[in-house]
Design a protein around this ligand. Structure first.
Ligand code: SAM
Length: 256
């Protein structure tokens, strides 16, 4: 018989100390906290104590309906029943506050990457994120050049701010327990808009991480320009975000 798998990535935190430490990473008196996947509300209650407003987005209809009762029907709490990936995050935040929100969550691991991309893309309205996610993903987010974990996700994170891995969360802090170790990351998100085309360039740089950049980028720039570039014979993993960005500017300038 197949083992029963928790639906919707539902691994609930049951360790008070871990829950308190995650909540403590959110600034006290925070204007608006958006919680992704509140589940049974263990973190939501703590966020409500620190924030003037909490908007909790939960896909599971039963959990969403039970949440206000579990949180003492706090006036600070608003529950949205829906898929976080379909929510208009900038619209939601702008209609509730003029400030940038803090986005928090013990994330459903099956959609970690799209959630990260969505929150980091909403940089004009999201000022900070505090996420519990798989430790392996946390390591990729905070990795620097030369590390085996360094890649597109590390560069994407660095474009948005300086991510910090705060602490590790063992499987026994959850019910049911996940098979992997988890970690909490926090990041202040830079509001400056990204240069057009840079993300696509970085995606191409890391497409085949073992290949030299001139091979990964041959569909985008002339072979002559790539051969002349001082970094063309290197792999993306050897270069920092600043060096990759400088390469992109050099190659783009040659095309003009
Ligand atoms: N915050 C709770 C805790 O720490 O105990 C629950 C965290 S659990 C890892 C992830 C939560 O995300 C679950 O409650 C699950 O139902 C919810 N979820 C899964 N997919 C979702 C989605 N697409 N949009 C919003 N919530 C989702």
């Amino acid at each position: 018989m197949l083992a029963k798998r928790p639906k919707l990535g539902q691994h609930f935190l049951v360790d008070d100390d871990i829950l308190n430490r995650i909540a403590a990473a959110v600034p006290e008196n925070c204007g608006l906290a958006i919680e992704i996947g509140p589940g049974r509300g263990a973190l939501t209650q703590r966020l409500s104590a620190r924030s003037r407003q909490v908007v909790a987005i939960e896909l599971d209809a039963e959990l969403a309906a039970a949440l206000p009762g579990r949180c003492g029907r706090s006036e600070r709490l608003e529950v949205i029943r829906g898929d976080v990936l379909r929510v208009d995050l900038p619209g939601l935040i702008r209609t509730r506050t003029a400030q940038r929100a803090v986005v928090v969550g013990n994330l459903p691991y099956y959609i970690t990457s799209p959630i990260l991309r969505k929150v980091w893309a909403a940089r004009d309205v999201c000022g900070q994120c505090v996420f519990l996610l798989q430790e392996e993903v946390a390591d990729r987010i905070v990795a620097g050049p030369g590390s085996r974990d360094y890649g597109y996700l590390s560069c994407l994170a660095r474009l948005c701010g300086v991510p910090q891995k705060l602490f590790i969360v063992p499987p026994d802090a959850f019910r049911p327990q996940p098979k992997v170790s988890s970690a909490v990351i926090s990041m202040s998100i830079d509001s400056a808009p990204l240069a057009d085309g840079l993300l696509d360039f970085l995606g191409d740089c890391f497409r085949a991480p073992r290949k030299m950049l001139r091979n990964n980028l041959c569909g985008r720039f002339a072979a002559e320009a790539l051969a002349a570039d001082p970094c063309g014979g290197l792999r993306a993993q050897q270069l920092s975000l600043e060096e990759l960005t400088a390469m992109w500017r050099r190659l783009s300038a040659r095309q003009e």
